[in-house]
Write a protein that binds this ligand. Structure first.
Ligand SMILES: C[S@@+](CC[C@H](N)C(=O)[O-])C[C@H]1O[C@@H](n2cnc3c(N)ncnc32)[C@H](O)[C@@H]1O
Length: 304
């Protein structure tokens, strides 16, 4: 490391230069679309330092060589380390009220399909399922939710559906009783999502940047919340333009509270608080638009 560069950096366990940071930032941008400003230099160090220890490497540049060498497992571990997975049950609660009204407007004789496109540890997808069960009055809901994320570690946790009890502290007693089991013995302090609820959600890995998405619409709703903020505007626009054809004409797109879609106004139009529908959608009833779309793209395609 040149002396001038070394002087800028505090004493750390492993050598880490500004060049290393730029290299890591470039790698995660290419892999996941995550755009890291130079203010994130310390964050990148703290997120990756454990990988260096586990791989028994002596510097960031050696570690980045490994990630770039084509080692798929390490590239995934690198990606998992750099994603931010903050989430909660019924986060931005007003969206679930809008979702329930939307579900009520749909024909009951056609299965409902929802995509939760950056599901993290699963709380969002399970909240969608809980809202639907409450709306339809039981677990026999004509509904499939596909929930995806790029991060394999959070997907494992989502699939298991096991959380620390504090994660459901703000839910009503009724919701807790209906949708969760409390752990005992070694599982004391933990809760698990009931199997009937888990059965409504299918988790799978999907990189929003990848050219081949394994999900097929048409969807009645897409939740793409609090992930666009990590992308630059061009990446956001590419992802959103690809989502539009996967939606029913009446479909709703939910995004995060600090996100907006003004730059893709030709595709999505604001309908409510960070809820959008397709621009220029004909004002057909939800029920009839679902039936005509299903005539060309059956629900079964979701599994393809
Ligand atoms: C802050 S969490 C949002 C979780 C949830 N949607 C919510 O609003 O509570 C962002 C999630 O986006 C995922 N993510 C980041 N880049 C992604 C990409 N290129 N493709 C798919 N998921 C991505 C991260 O792994 C992370 O779990």
């Amino acid at each position: 490391m040149p002396a001038a560069e070394a002087a800028q950096w505090p004493c750390r366990e492993f050598p880490y230069t500004e060049g290393d940071f730029r290299r890591a930032a470039e790698l995660i941008f290419r892999r996941a679309g995550i755009s890291l400003s130079s203010a994130k230099q310390d964050l990148v160090y703290s997120r990756l330092v454990r990988r260096l220890r586990e791989c028994r490497l002596g510097s960031f540049s050696e570690y980045l060589d490994l990630v770039e060498s084509g080692d798929a497992a390490e590239l995934q571990a690198f990606t998992n380390a750099l994603t931010t997975n903050l989430t909660a049950f019924f986060r931005e609660e007003h969206h679930f009220e809008i979702l329930v009204k939307h579900l009520q407007s749909l024909a009951r004789d056609v299965p409902i399909s929802i995509w939760c496109a950056a599901s993290s540890t699963g709380e969002e997808a399970y909240s969608i399922a809980m809202a639907a069960v409450e709306c339809f009055g039981g677990f026999k809901v004509p509904l499939r939710i596909v929930a995806s994320d790029i991060d394999t570690q959070v997907l494992e946790r989502a699939q298991a559906g096991v959380y620390t009890a504090d994660r459901i502290e703000r839910l009503s007693t009724e919701r807790v009783r209906r949708f969760f089991l409390r752990g005992t013995g070694s599982q004391q302090g933990m809760v698990r999502v009931r199997d009937e609820l888990r059965a409504l959600v299918r988790f799978e890995q999907l990189n929003l940047l990848s050219p081949d998405w394994a999900v097929k619409g048409p969807f009645d709703a897409i939740f793409c919340r609090n992930v666009l903020i990590y992308f630059d505007k061009a990446t956001q626009a590419t992802v959103l333009r690809r989502m539009a054809p996967l939606m029913h004409p009446h479909g709703l797109l939910f995004i995060g509270h600090s996100e907006s879609l003004f730059h893709v106004a030709e595709v999505f139009t604001l309908q409510g608080r960070t809820v959008y529908n397709l621009t220029g959608t004909r004002a057909t009833s939800a029920a009839s638009s679902r039936r005509s779309a299903l005539a060309v793209a059956p629900f079964g395609a979701l599994r393809g």
